[in-house]
Design a protein around this ligand. Structure first.
Ligand SMILES: Cc1cc2nc3c(=O)[nH]c(=O)nc-3n(C[C@H](O)[C@H](O)[C@H](O)COP(=O)(O)OP(=O)(O)OC[C@H]3O[C@@H](n4cnc5c(N)ncnc54)[C@H](O)[C@@H]3O)c2cc1C
Length: 409
């Protein structure tokens, strides 16, 4: 971030309002008004009001993925998780609703489905993820519920309609995927809900990974302890193909049939990032970036932040917020003739539901390592709670409200 002196030097009149009718110092167009995009828009306007910021999304409002597993148990509604862009507009962000169908990374500019072209000095892609489902997949029969909107509601309805004593399967894709603890916390939450609402039911957790990806101690203690009668955990259980007609999964461990299937597919960056030719890392799935500025290493006038970028940090909303701030800082510095901060630090906190009323937590701090040019986890500043509690569950609500306010208000 800019220190006090640099801020004063950089700003000159930058932090003051530009003269009425003055041309902007720079135009930044952001594709995607999710966790990363909204934070970037807000902080660009906060840190330099001379920059014109245009934020584009296909949706008129944002529905949070964070907390959306609680829609499955009826503890949150989608309306409660929906946020308007009104506060960003008040900050002077221009919001455009539309589907971005093309990006010219050299110009740079973007083209909307309407044909409108928006030219910029910098384009930032904050387009989240796309799914790579297995052959035969039907998201109505086997909802992923990994993108807030109609999917969590559909899965909640299927769970509610299932008879007691039924079988639910939840699949976990190979890493990297959005929200590493997310599928395990959902498994714990559903196990608790099934025990109360559908007695005698089983939950098969089919993990494509060789082991629990994160927070292993807490999740295995919960699976083998309080959820022992409900959860059956299987590792190395990748999904080869599916048959929605018979509700069968062809897995690496053999066929599995269930009454309700929550199939979370393998993930890659948002499609517009792939179409722009920027997804050259992680087997062509995510976009490599310079983590000092989040500039694409393929097209330097285009930045990629949030889940679409390939970094050593987890794909999480809190990290998307942090990446956006580092990117905003680098753009503001660039516009004002300064180099990016050479030593950025980011952090992430994450709470995991272990039951419908108790949670655990996980936290990580990352620091730039000049030798590897990556963000490296700071060992003595990262860790997880030992066990879970109702107090942590309450803290989860406080943390969530603070994150959403910091990003969108
Ligand atoms: C069940 C679940 C629980 C989670 N829990 C947590 C948690 O506890 N903590 C945490 O930190 N993270 C959590 N996450 C992860 C978090 O939601 C994501 O990491 C975060 O949303 C990533 O932000 P993003 O801006 O990259 O993508 P998104 O928030 O998905 O935003 C992308 C935006 O881009 C728009 N878009 C994409 N392409 C186009 C286009 N071509 N034209 C127009 N608009 C476009 C989309 O409409 C969307 O609004 C959870 C995720 C899930 C699914």
């Amino acid at each position: 971030m800019l220190n006090r002196r640099q801020l004063l030097l950089a700003s000159g009149a930058a932090l003051a309002l530009p003269a009425f009718g003055a041309a902007p110092k720079a135009r930044v167009v952001i594709v995607g008004a999710g966790m990363a995009g909204v934070t970037l828009a807000k902080y660009l306007r906060l840190w330099d009001r001379g920059i014109e910021v245009t934020l584009v999304d296909r949706n008129a409002s944002y529905t949070s993925n964070i907390m959306s597993s609680l829609v499955l148990t009826g503890q949150r509604t989608l309306q409660q998780l929906t946020y308007s862009y009104a506060a960003l507009r008040q900050r002077g962000v221009k919001f455009v609703q539309g589907e971005v169908v093309a990006v010219d990374p050299a110009a740079p500019s973007i083209t909307l489905a309407s044909g409108q072209v928006l030219a910029a000095d910098r384009v930032v892609l904050a387009a989240g993820i796309a799914f790579e489902p297995p052959p035969g997949y039907d998201d109505q029969r086997m909802p992923h519920a990994w993108q807030a909107g109609p999917q969590p509601t559909l899965l909640a309805q299927q769970l509610a309609a299932m008879p007691a004593g039924g079988t639910v399967a939840l699949t976990i894709p190979p890493t990297p995927y959005r929200c590493p603890p997310g599928p395990y916390e959902r498994a714990c939450l559903l196990a608790d809900w099934l025990r109360v609402n559908k007695p005698g039911s089983r939950l098969l957790v089919l993990d494509a990974n060789p082991d629990v990806v994160t927070e292993k101690d807490n999740f295995l203690a919960a699976f083998n302890g309080i959820h022992a009668g409900v959860v059956e955990y299987h590792n190395n259980a990748g999904i080869q193909s599916v048959d929605p007609a018979t509700m069968t999964l062809k897995t690496d461990l053999g066929p599995v049939t269930a009454d309700v299937i929550n199939l979370i597919p393998r993930q890659r960056c948002g499609r517009i990032v792939t179409d722009t030719g920027l997804a050259t890392a992680t087997g062509g799935r995510f976009a490599p970036v310079d983590v000092l500025s989040y500039a694409s290493t393929v097209a330097p006038k285009v930045h990629v932040i949030g889940d679409s970028s390939a970094t050593t940090q987890p794909k999480a909303g809190h990290i998307a917020n942090q990446e956006a701030k580092v990117c905003a800082d680098a753009i503001v510095r660039g516009v004002n003739g300064l180099a990016p901060d050479p030593a950025p630090v980011t952090n992430s906190a994450c709470f995991s539901t272990i039951t419908m009323t108790q949670a655990s937590w996980l936290t990580a701090v990352f620091q730039y390592d000049a030798a590897s040019r990556t963000m490296v986890s700071v060992a003595n500043a990262s860790g997880a709670s030992s066990g879970w509690s109702t107090g942590h569950f309450q803290d989860m609500g406080t943390w969530f409200n603070a994150l959403m306010a910091d990003s969108l208000a």
